[in-house]
Ligand binder design. Sequence first.
Ligand code: ADP
Ligand code: 5SP
Length: 493
Amino acid sequence: MYLGIDCGTQGTKALLIDEQGIALGRGHAAHQVIQRSSGAREQDPQWWIEALRLSVKQAIAQAPGHPIEALAVSGQQHGLVVLDERKQVIRPAKLWNDTETATQNAELIARFGGQQAFFERFGIIPLTGYTVSKLLWLQQREPENFARIRHILLPHEYLNFWLTGNLCAEYGDASGTGYFDVRNRTWAAEVLASIDQGTGHLLRALPTLVPAQRIIGTVKPDVAADLGISNSCLVASGGGDNMMGAIGTGNVTEGVVTMSLGTSATVYSFRNKPAASPNPSIAPFCSSSNGWLPLVCTMNATNVVTQTLDTLGRTVTDIESALATTIPGADALTFIPFLNGERTPDLPSAHGSILGVSASNFTPENLIRATIEGVSFGILEGLDLILDGTNAKRILLIGGGSRSAHWRQLLADASGTDVHVPLEEEAGCLGACIQAIFAARSEIGSPETFIEICDRCIKLDDQRTASPNPARASQYAQARAAYKHYRITQYGV
Ligand SMILES: Nc1ncnc2c1ncn2[C@@H]1O[C@H](COP(=O)(O)OP(=O)(O)O)[C@@H](O)[C@H]1O
Ligand SMILES: O=C(CO)[C@@H](O)[C@H](O)COP(=O)(O)O
């Protein structure tokens, strides 16, 4: 068996599959998020470990007696985990959606001569939320903690460290730090030197960089005994959750588009070459399959839908009836969902807006629809950016939001594109399993290619495909135009 673990913002999931990609066991455990009005969004890395232990044990209990040959970890991108000289966590991890470091991000870009100059040197423009501004924030706001840093890790790298005792990084997740040269796949030492005044303190704290898909170690005996697995279980490099979602949807060759509706909404498509020109809305990340993965991410997705539902005393099951009983455009009610600041467009200090409210349209159902439309229209603009004029034949939809049939239909109608859902919902976990199979097989010289393993393990759920209804195209075009009009008038972008 093979084990994939995905540490998302709201929870950790575990999936066990056999060599054919058949699911044998699964587990889930929730995480809290520390939220402050300053824009801080933090988690204690120990919560991830507890959630990993719970979810893996749940999964294993469903498939007793089958040894696990290899595992890999997928993790929410960009989070900063700092360890001291005893390899203990110094402070809670600042997460991908923490906007408290917006000033530091702008300061770093200015130090390198602006966005264009930063892109020319390192192939990326850091956005608030990437790891690098968290380091400058720590230096300025918590100098005692900054001085204690001996190791810098991302969430999935920290879990790999807990599992194996090894400190290493692979290209995909490393490319989201802002101190990584995404064209040459090396650490951007000058960026770190601009924070530690060239002492080398931060560069020395970085983990060893390895190509994605390698075996990085085996599970430590004490951890293996606790989890109930063999200590000969191999651990593959893992990667960022979007990178592993790409693998889990077969987005490992050009021409495939994946959209994820989790706490964040993301859309991405594999490329063989790095981005040639800068666009601050497109993150030119590396993939965790040794290519590149241009990606657009919005910070307000299912978290905002959940907040609207909570406010109305409703639950996710009410999404279907709200979308079924309302019309596209929510009767001219528009919801701009920037409740937590926003990354695309780059508005880290923004708040949301509800516009076009009238006596006739202000109903709970319209508010639920307007929230889901606001989230969807934002990420569909991302889809247009990723496609850049080429037509997507289909979108592969993953993440918690993909479970809603009416939301899938809304995306198909509003984009004019077929929306497919993989049979295995936990694409990050499946991607991790596939990487574990490939890395373990490569160790023993197996000739099987990565794409062959993807083809074998990934299946689409034909029962849940949504095809565009042409009758709704003009209604959604109008609703998207209203959304864009309000965004420009309210936010100037
Ligand atoms: N049937 C559903 N319809 C719409 N949203 C759903 C449904 N089921 C779960 N969700 C949403 O999915 C979210 C969790 O998605 P997930 O991709 O696991 O997030 P993350 O990776 O950020 O932790 C929750 O916020 C939940 O509201
Ligand atoms: O920051 C990004 C992508 O660059 C986010 O997509 C995070 O990787 C968090 O993912 P989820 O918890 O929403 O899955």
